[in-house]
Design a protein around this ligand. Structure first.
Ligand code: SF4
Length: 299
């Protein structure tokens, strides 16, 4: 059975002195009846798939609707010209988040972690660190950390926009990414949880409102906010800033908010940005032209 609480992971860490990431690896190995080394290798394959997805980004490619594509390159060029407000790391985070979201919209192969709509958040924060020298082993360990946070969110709340709004997709991804980042800097289990709790808290109430039912607007750019939120929350936790509400309780609050969210804000493309005059006009245009507009988004 999937891990039901962050508290149980923290208890296991405290009782046995096992690192957070290894508790999750051992849990997965026991559940799948696999060797620890095989579970680690499986996660390594997932990481390689994220790297491959990033490498296969095509800046010249547009989605079928033509609504998204090519924006990641603009961020990279802007930064290369010395005009970005960001440092090297955060500029790369933004570019990777957009690139992965665009690749998803262009139907390219991505890793849905935790969902396709939020596929850019975790690789965006980790790939620049990896390219800058963070050991592969550390990155793989951090993916176990993020996987554990995601597993508990899925068990106690939701990771689907149709159930809990975008807070359940981008919010969950952001919490997972923040937790992973803390691990890459050798943060404590408590700091991992504080970072994830802050990240999810910051995105509580975020609605799912994909224009024309396509995972493009606002989804691609929301990957950026999920990633940048993760970076700032990880840094806050590593600086010693704590979160008053424990992560399990933040997750429960997210589940409660999601359940209370009206249907128009849960992937039906009938509320929020999808219901604006321009959002509706885009939908009509796409439907009239080539049927690119979809029924409720598939994430
Ligand atoms: S707006 Fe909806 S479809 Fe788009 S990323 Fe968020 S949850 Fe997914």
């Amino acid at each position: 059975m999937a891990i039901q609480s962050i508290a149980s992971i923290l208890d296991a860490c405290a009782e046995t002195g096992t690192p957070f990431w290894r508790v999750l690896l051992q849990e997965e190995a026991a559940e799948q009846n696999m060797l620890d080394t095989d579970v680690f290798d499986k996660m390594d394959m997932l990481w390689q798939a994220m790297l491959d997805a990033a490498d296969s980004y095509e800046p010249s490619r547009k989605s079928v609707s033509s609504l998204v594509g090519g924006d990641a390159e603009k961020i990279t060029a802007h930064h290369a010209a010395g005009e970005s407000l960001c440092g090297d790391y955060t500029a790369a985070v933004m570019a990777h988040a957009i690139a992965m979201g665009e690749s998803n919209a262009c139907m390219k192969r991505i890793v849905a972690a935790p969902t396709a709509g939020a596929c850019g958040v975790i690789p965006a924060v980790l790939i620049p660190l990896y390219r800058d020298g963070t050991p592969r082993k550390t990155i793989i360990e951090s993916l176990f950390v993020s996987g554990g946070v995601g597993e508990v969110i899925a068990a106690r709340a939701s990771i689907a926009g149709a159930s809990g709004g975008c807070q359940a997709e981008i919010g969950a991804a952001s919490a997972m990414a923040a937790a992973a980042l803390v691990h890459t800097r050798s943060g404590s289990a408590a700091q991992i949880c504080d970072a994830a709790a802050m990240a999810l808290s910051n995105l509580l109430g975020l609605v799912c409102d994909p224009v024309a039912g396509l995972v493009e607007i606002p989804c691609v750019k929301r990957n950026v906010i999920g990633a940048m939120n993760a970076v700032s929350c990880a840094d806050m936790a590593l600086a010693g800033i704590t979160n008053a509400i424990p992560l399990d309780e933040v997750i429960d609050a997210m589940g409660e908010v999601g359940a209370a969210m009206p249907p128009q804000f849960r992937e039906t493309a009938k509320g929020g940005l999808a219901a604006t005059p321009t959002g509706q006009a885009i939908c009509r245009r796409l439907t009239a032209h080539d049927g690119a507009a979809a029924d409720p988004a598939h994430t």
